[in-house]
Design a binder for this molecule. Structure first.
Ligand code: 5GP
Length: 207
């Protein structure tokens, strides 16, 4: 019997596109079908906790020095800067989850997704999420009600730049409806797991 190794599902897209909501729905559907099949990677960040966030739950909150030391020690598998702070994925827990056969969902920057894909290659699938339109993205960013006009304009400009890079991903989906987008991601995960390259040993066992 070949042992199934988990899949890294690396999802990127502009701020306000709904990555978090879609991924929460994907996880719910995966867990319904197969309880315990989804692993959680807790990122390390240098940004300060917000509201009720706790160390070791949403993130590991570390100083810039501590973060840089982790990079030197090879404890971070990929990292990126986002709005003046570092964010990175710890290596050991990820390896452990993948070898247990758990799939790991990532809401991560573009560079983060591409770095995971380079490092883990066949164990990673990269997905870019588009908004249905720029007008819809703008209204979602405004809907949060927390940002100034200047910040909204800045985020929209950044979103346009990010969308230009969608072609660097293996799959592109549109979040016009959370449930449909989540099902698109499930279809991608299923297809990835059925690739011949991943199942050739199972076929050989039957020869
Ligand atoms: P926030 O500060 O809102 O929690 O996260 C900001 C952004 O950082 C998120 O949109 C997410 O995509 C990205 N992010 C979170 N963790 C990681 C990580 O471990 N690596 C990378 N490259 N990006 C991350």
């Amino acid at each position: 019997m070949s042992i199934y190794r988990g899949l890294i599902v690396a999802v990127s897209g502009p701020s306000g596109v709904g990555k978090g909501t879609v991924l929460a729905r994907v996880e719910e559907l995966l867990e319904q079908a197969n309880p315990g099949s989804v692993g959680h990677s807790i990122s390390v960040t240098t940004r300060a906790p917000r509201g009720q966030e706790q160390d070791g739950v949403e993130y590991y909150f570390r100083t810039k020095d501590e973060f840089e030391q982790m990079i030197k020690d090879g404890k971070i598998v990929e990292y990126d800067q986002y709005v003046d702070n570092y964010y990175g994925t710890p290596s050991d827990p990820l390896d452990e989850m993948l070898s247990k056969g758990q799939d790991v969902l990532f809401d991560i920057t573009i560079e983060g997704s591409l770095a995971l894909n380079r490092k883990f290659d066949v164990d990673t699938v990269t997905i870019f999420i588009l908004p249905p339109s720029m007008a819809e993205l703008e209204s979602r960013l405004r809907g949060r009600g927390t940002e100034t006009e200047e910040k909204i304009a800045k985020r929209l400009a950044q979103s346009r730049e990010e969308i230009k890079r969608a072609g660097e991903f293996e799959y592109i989906i549109t979040n016009d409806d959370v449930d449909r987008a989540a099902r698109d991601i499930l279809a991608i995960i299923t297809a990835e797991k059925l690739k011949a390259s991943k199942n050739i040993n199972t076929a050989k066992e039957l020869e």
